[in-house]
Design a protein around this ligand. Structure first.
Ligand code: SF4
Length: 408
């Protein structure tokens, strides 16, 4: 069978509902941008009180182990007490990671957040965001903005730096350029995340029900009236990246709740310098990382420290245990023999995560990420953050009913 990837040869990340790498906290639903594809309704008065935030963190604590907490929203930097929220997460023993569009980030704010205990930032930057002064900029042109934030973090030091971009049909071709930019800045950019665009189509042929009653999807942020491509797959993104990096090789994944062979979260870890990528870690390396972290720290690993990511050469010592590392070590040794100066360069590790959110199956079932890391709290329960608007608006999950074309 000609498949882009065979899931049986990759490591299935061990993340589950009660025992995961991350949880998703939304201290606010207020945002200073309106991004295409956002899952949350922008409510300028949507800040939660510190008491509410604490209650949600306690719910997480009682129901789910996790290494880190993604502090998202809305944009969390619009919350007037964001430093206290970061400190609260850290005090409760988890790594605070801020997911932001970066607009409200100043050097002063960054230093205050670092003092509060922030461990990482994930900046959402892409061309579908309606950013002021950035209209019409391509993904490649936005690399300049990405670099501004990466440099800010590098100046403060020891903060994990990630960038995520929603991938639309018309920007799929730009992904390799972002991956290439990531290599150019492998010393200060630690993670790249690509999220396939998803939405709930609301037009002829798609009806939505809650508890047997048809509902009006109008108020749902991710309902769209126009016919757009909502089915880009992780493997489409891999195929695109391979046009520039033919040996690009993911090693770990989360499957879909309806499809064992779909890659809902697909993780690749590459090793190299700004000039050359020597290779990709294999599934055994990923398994060792997750298992040892769980054994010694009690939770699955979410964010590796920036110090560890700089130790690419030490990681190559593990090559007898991992085929991917063995290949990378051999490529590195050949490189050093050809150009001995390489020996004095630091080898960095960088992750590329590809996310394929909810998929409509032919029978109307939604295939979610099995072991969803972005689970949040709603009404004291753990729920998918990408579909929380359904609970807010209808009190329950929607059930899509998709009309079959007449000839079927
Ligand atoms: S199920 Fe939804 S919230 Fe969970 S990881 Fe997938 S896209 Fe994110």
């Amino acid at each position: 069978m000609d498949r882009v990837l065979d899931h049986t040869t990759l490591y299935r990340l061990p993340w589950t509902l009660p025992d995961n790498a991350i949880s998703w906290l939304e201290p606010t639903s207020s945002c200073n941008l309106y991004c295409d594809g956002c899952y949350r309704k922008n409510d300028p008065k949507g800040h939660k009180s510190l008491e509410e935030v604490r209650r949600e963190l306690e719910t997480f604590k009682s129901l789910r182990k996790a290494d880190g907490v993604s502090i998202a929203g809305g944009d969390p930097l619009t919350h007037p007490e964001i430093e206290k929220i970061v400190a609260m997460v850290a005090e409760m023993g988890q790594k605070p990671i801020i997911n932001t569009n970066g607009l409200a980030l100043t050097m002063e704010k960054l230093k205050a957040l670092k003092s509060a205990g922030v461990v990482g930032f994930t900046f959402h930057i892409d061309s579908g965001q309606n950013r002021p002064h950035m209209k019409g900029k391509t993904e490649t042109e936005l690399n300049e903005l990405r670099l501004k934030y990466a440099r800010m973090l590098a100046e403060v030091g020891d903060i994990s730096c990630a960038f995520n971009a929603t991938v639309y049909e018309h920007t799929l071709k730009d992904v390799p350029e972002i991956v290439s930019w990531g290599q150019e800045h492998i010393d200060i950019v630690h993670i790249l995340v690509f999220i396939a665009y998803r939405a709930a189509p609301v037009y002829k042929g798609y009806d939505y029900f809650v508890g047997g009653k048809k509902v009006d999807m109008g108020p749902i942020a991710y309902a769209i009236q126009e016919d757009r491509k909502t089915s880009i797959m992780s493997t489409d993104i891999v195929t695109e990246i391979r046009k520039k990096y033919p040996d690009f090789q993911p090693s770990a994944y989360l499957n879909g709740t309806e499809r064992p062979d779909h890659f809902k979260w697909l993780l690749t870890m590459r090793i190299g310098t700004k000039e050359k990528i020597y290779g990709y870690t294999g599934p055994k390396f990923m398994e060792m990382g997750q298992t040892l972290h769980h054994l010694f720290r009690g939770s699955y690993l979410a964010y590796t420290t920036t110090k560890t990511l700089r130790r690419g050469k030490s990681m190559l010592m593990l090559s007898p245990l991992d085929g991917g590392l063995a290949k990378a070590a051999s490529a590195y040794l050949h490189g050093v023999m050809r150009s001995p100066g390489q020996l004095f360069k630091r080898l960095h590790m960088q992750s590329v995560m590809i996310i394929q959110p909810a998929d409509f199956m032919d029978n109307g079932t939604l295939s979610m990420c099995d072991g969803c890391p972005d689970i949040t709290v709603y009404d004291g329960k753990l729920v998918w953050s990408c579909r929380m608007e359904e609970l807010i608006n209808f009190g329950d999950w929607i059930r899509p009913v998709i009309a079959k074309p007449e000839h079927q």
